[in-house]
Design a protein around this ligand. Structure first.
Ligand SMILES: Cc1cc2nc3c(=O)[nH]c(=O)nc-3n(C[C@H](O)[C@H](O)[C@H](O)COP(=O)(O)OP(=O)(O)OC[C@H]3O[C@@H](n4cnc5c(N)ncnc54)[C@H](O)[C@@H]3O)c2cc1C
Ligand code: FES
Length: 276
């Protein structure tokens, strides 16, 4: 709790202690920071690779366990390609945390619908750990998760355990099935047709690619969710992380400071909120 809090531009050094291959394009990097970095689920950090650059990622591990931080990373470009090359013992820089956490207090006493798409289950996993740890505070947690194919599902070893927790249900789906897959086939909106929550008493928290955010938001409204009941994890390129450079705005909001998880009612009338 020293350098980073004194100077948000100064990375803290972290040592990679484990690399987990989640899918052909997604890895979870487990990092031991040189000192604990307290964060709230939904807050993000900038991962720095010297000589390459930095990029924002939301820890997928629990804020209640700070000895190591998990980052689940889709290999999509320059920095993520380099992060995918990290091996046990390698060093990575960490700046942050930045942004606001998920509105956990607002979710208390409610039925929580968690909707993830692809690597979007990563930030949500950190929230899920908090919900699971304090499950008595919530009426129900219903998790809907979609990926392109069975091979693209992250955290597959955890599903049975998550689904066995009292008051928790977990429904995965894939766009295209494969041999051995006997689960649901169809994009994630198709498993929102038979919702197992009371919409009036619920909040929805959604994270995934922009196209998925868009269609899930429309589907949720079709099912009766009001914009105030929907939280979206907004993905934009970020730089300073502290509301200074103006790279990440949606209307008057800086996603790095006011988000990245935004109440849909606050942003719905601004142009291109789904990046298209
Ligand atoms: C708050 C926040 C949390 C995030 N958490 C995660 C996470 O947990 N796991 C994860 O895999 N990814 C996460 N991302 C996305 C991740 O930051 C980008 O994938 C990463 O910056 C890509 O960097 P790159 O250098 O590898 O790609 P580049 O080489 O810069 O770009 C590759 C392609 O990706 C596009 N791109 C790059 N960055 C973004 C972005 N932020 N939004 C949309 N398109 C982009 C580029 O336009 C280009 O088409 C998060 C983003 C934000 C803003
Ligand atoms: S990243 Fe600089 S203002 Fe948000």
């Amino acid at each position: 709790m020293k350098d980073a809090q004194l100077n948000p531009y100064m990375p803290v050094s972290g040592t990679v202690v484990r690399v987990i291959e989640e899918t052909p394009t997604i890895k979870t990097i487990v990092v031991s920071p040189e000192h604990e970095i307290p964060f709230e689920s939904g807050q993000f950090m900038q991962l720095t690779m010297p000589g390459v650059g930095e990029a924002p990622f939301t820890p997928s591990s629990s804020p209640n366990r700070l000895e190591t931080l998990d980052f689940t990373i889709l290999n999509i470009g320059t920095v993520t390609e380099r992060l995918h090359q990290l091996r046990e013992g390698d060093l990575v820089g960490l700046r942050g945390p930045f942004g606001k956490g998920y509105p956990v207090e607002k979710l208390a006493g409610k039925e929580v619908l968690v909707v993830g798409g692809g690597c979007g289950l990563a930030p949500l996993r950190s929230l899920l750990y908090i919900l699971f740890d304090t499950i008595d505070r919530f009426k129900k947690v219903s998790i809907k998760y979609g990926a392109k194919s069975p091979a693209d599902l992250v955290y597959r070893d955890s599903y049975a355990q998550w689904g066995s927790i009292r008051k928790v249900s977990f429904t995965p789906t894939v766009d295209v099935g494969a041999a051995g897959w006997d689960g649901h086939v169809g994009v994630v909106t198709t498993i929102l047709d038979d919702l197992d929550v009371s919409v009036d008493d619920s909040y929805a928290v959604v994270c995934g690619p922009e196209i998925m955010l868009k269609f899930v938001t429309f589907k949720l409204q079709e099912k009766g969710y009001r914009p105030e009941q929907i939280y979206l994890s907004m993905n934009r390129r970020m730089s300073c992380g502290t509301g200074k450079c103006g790279r990440c705005n949606v209307g008057p909001y800086y996603l790095c400071k006011d988000g990245p998880d935004m109440n849909y009612a606050l942003i719905k009338d601004y142009p291109n909120i789904f990046g298209m």
